[in-house]
Write a protein that binds this ligand. Sequence first.
Ligand code: SF4
Length: 495
Amino acid sequence: MPGFTPGRRWQPPFSPFKREKFGNRLLISVEKIVKGPLFGCRMCGNCLLQETAFICSMECPKGVRNGPCGGSTEEHCYVDETRPCMWYKIYDRSFRMGRQDKLLEVLPPLDWDKVGGETWADVVVQVRKVGARYFFTGLLNKDPIQRSIVWDSVFRPIRQPDWWNGDSEYHPPAYTEPVSTLERRLKAGEFVVTAEVAPPLTTATKKLIENIQMVKPYVAAINFTDSPSATPRMSSWACSSIAVQNGAEPVMQIAARDRTRIGLQSEVLGSNALGVRNILCLSGDSMSMAPEPRGRMDVLDLDSIQMLWILRRMRDENKYLDGRNIKFPPKFFLGAAASPFASEPRFQALREHKKINAGAQFFQTNLVYDADGLEIWLNEMAKRNILDKVFILVGITPLKSLKVAQYMHNEVPGVVIPPKVLQRMEAAGDKAEEEGVQIALELIEAIKGKQGVNGIHLMAVGWEEIVPRIITEAGLLPKDFVAPPPKAAVAAKPA
Ligand code: SF4
């Protein structure tokens, strides 16, 4: 790890003025001096180094504490290309050290009371509690399992406070009756289609409702993004509520980027009361993609895996994060994003495994343009025995032009478009749109029969009119399909 790591991700609030006992200040300084150069420590006060192959994860600009984001690569972080992806380094080192199973434990968000403080005093207290002799002799035990039990007797209570209690286990949903049409269709073994409809940029809802009415008969559910590219639009929960009012089933996307732990829990309760049942938990595009003037990029309260863990416990254990009971708990079918082409397939499969353990019941993947590459990722998932615990909907976007294809390949994190697809788009010239549709249809055909694939997720953003044609020509019309009237009459909401 570097001795000098520029750009601290956070600043402890008012630390220079905080009243602190001299002994504490001294301990903080010593810990900083020792752990900084050794591990790149950011003094988050909620140390996870034992779980992260002794590389501090706090340098990740998206603040994820549970594994790489969907844009992670070996070369660099997508948010700041001058830095490596810290999570790629952690995964790489963990695999080389044979410590990859440690990465499955669902780790808590920061306890902000501790940020900027030391963690060594907690270790001393815990060693005293279990007995110094037990701890130190236990670490000399030849049996690695015994050693790890002794180690965990001290470090687990520190990294897993009672209000979180994360683990590496799969927690099946505590209900059996499907809570949404999407869940019911997937459980019935249907090959389902979901589609994305772009939220409006204004208060006018005419186009939004037209798109909902147009797409509704063809799909099991409609996704509404949550300020993609960190750019404000109509909120996902408002669009989802409008979809419910118009007889369509929404998938409400929710980005950790814009939520605190309080805001998240309040918002999902409210949207559930409005009839929203499918929720897709995302970390969200980095604020660095936002239009100027940009807000703070370093105030991040949760990551997507922590969101899943919180929502699953609200639903299955009737509990808020703070431990209060929820008398009438929400009903969710919980989803997450998967990124088959980011970093390495085995790394991504481990990350998806952790999401399933945290609560993900379905995945909608990032855009796929290479069916063979998808197979490699699916094989890694199969090796982990997780394909029967999650439904996978593969992300498909018809390309409109060579320019769009090149932009996606070069700029969108986690998207890889093979050269032969780019060449086809170039050769198509002014027929590029039609070529894009044909490529999408060929991909769906190649993907349809793959083991572990339960459907597709069409993301024809700004080109929603193409959705009915693709679904019809791909032979994916739902069993109960009824053709919509030629043009649904929709009343415009006054702006
Ligand atoms: S690529 Fe993603 S996970 Fe890796 S350091 Fe950057 S933001 Fe964090």
